[in-house]
Design a protein around this ligand. Structure first.
Ligand code: SD4
Length: 332
């Protein structure tokens, strides 16, 4: 069997090095015997709340936890924050007043777990992890997901905080109980999903995504966040991507899988997220009304972020710095 080094040498001899995906090329040409991951570990996550989530994730790695532990525990922070109205406790409810949660997680071994339309559990990401780790399935939904969580020791809680309840009641009055959720005029409102990706110092990659979905959605609506390949995708050979914003646009283009496949074919994370947004622009006729943002990381720790409309930001923890960055957008 041809090993990785021989493969690279053969490619180099054939003058075909430039055809190799970036992440293989620079590792192998820097030092053929041991890959160099200079920028690792890296943690990248969506929106302002990413700063605290990144910090928690890095702490898990520092304490010797795995990259899966890190991404899971990183997103616990916004899940438990009652002031965050798009994730877990305090999330805006659906049109009928129920807080319903979607979450997914993937690890370096290619395994995946997710839950959707789950109610009354503060940490849906941990239920998703348990689906991944302890069942033969990938996704549990609604009543079944709740039953699974309760059977495994999760506590049932009321996630609708008084302020989210008041906001929901006012919103319903304002919109005349319109069955069509009205996000178009406020594309950056009612969604602040956390998607968090991490690469540890050995180049192992994991990702987590958790949300209460779009505020005031129709009852039963599930977004992109728990759909493996749409809201989140990880391939330990290549990199990872996650999405935020109007999930329907991401689902129609299988966005996160697309980003990872583009990186597999040699694009940088930045080039890959830009092409995924462009795909939405080309394929989804009414995309202009909505916000979408992607973040991505490759195995070397290079990152990318891009969105449709101005207003999306993300948090990047790399080389001992944890900073918030405004994403570039397709429309200015
Ligand atoms: C959804 N993508 O349910 C999620 C919402 C979101 O930032 O990302 N909010 O469609």
């Amino acid at each position: 069997m041809i090993n990785r080094r021989k493969f690279i040498e053969k490619f180099a001899a054939a003058g075909a090095l430039s055809m190799l995906p970036n992440f293989i090329r620079s590792q192998e040409t820097t030092n053929l015997s041991s890959p160099v991951y200079k920028n690792l570990p890296v943690i990248i996550s969506t929106w302002n709340h990413g700063i605290e989530a990144n910090e928690a994730a890095i702490q898990v790695l520092k304490n010797g936890g795995s990259i899966v532990d890190a991404v899971e525990q990183g997103v616990w922070i916004p899940e438990a924050d009652p002031k965050n109205v798009s994730v877990g406790l305090g999330g805006y409810p659906d049109r009928e007043g129920y807080v319903t949660l979607d979450a997914s997680i993937m690890g370096p071994d290619g395994n995946a777990g997710s839950v959707c339309f789950l109610e009354n559990i503060m940490h849906p990401i941990s239920v998703a992890r348990l689906v991944m780790d302890s069942t033969p399935h990938v996704m549990l939904s609604g009543e079944g997901a709740l039953q699974f969580a309760l059977e495994n020791g999760f506590k049932k809680e009321n996630l609708l905080t008084p302020s989210s309840k008041t906001f929901w009641k006012n919103k319903m009055k304002e919109t005349g109980y319109d069955p069509q959720p009205n996000w178009e005029n406020e594309p950056n409102s009612y969604h602040d999903t956390i998607g968090l990706l991490g690469v540890d110092t050995s180049g192992n990659i994991a990702g987590a995504c958790t949300t209460s979905g779009l505020g005031f959605k129709m009852r039963g609506r599930v977004g992109d966040s728990p759909i493996i390949g749409a809201g989140l995708f990880v391939d330990n050979e290549v990199g990872a991507a996650t999405a935020t914003g109007m999930g329907e646009l991401v689902m129609k283009t299988v966005g996160s899988f697309l980003v990872v496949e583009l990186m597999r074919n040699g694009k940088t994370p930045q080039q890959a997220v830009e092409e995924a947004v462009l795909r939405i622009v080309k394929k989804v006729p009414d995309h202009k009304k909505y916000q979408i943002g992607f973040i991505a990381v490759n195995k070397q720790g290079e990152t990318g972020a891009y969105c449709l409309l101005p207003g999306f930001n993300y948090a990047l923890h790399q080389e001992n710095q944890n900073i918030l960055i405004d994403s570039k957008s397709y429309y200015k």
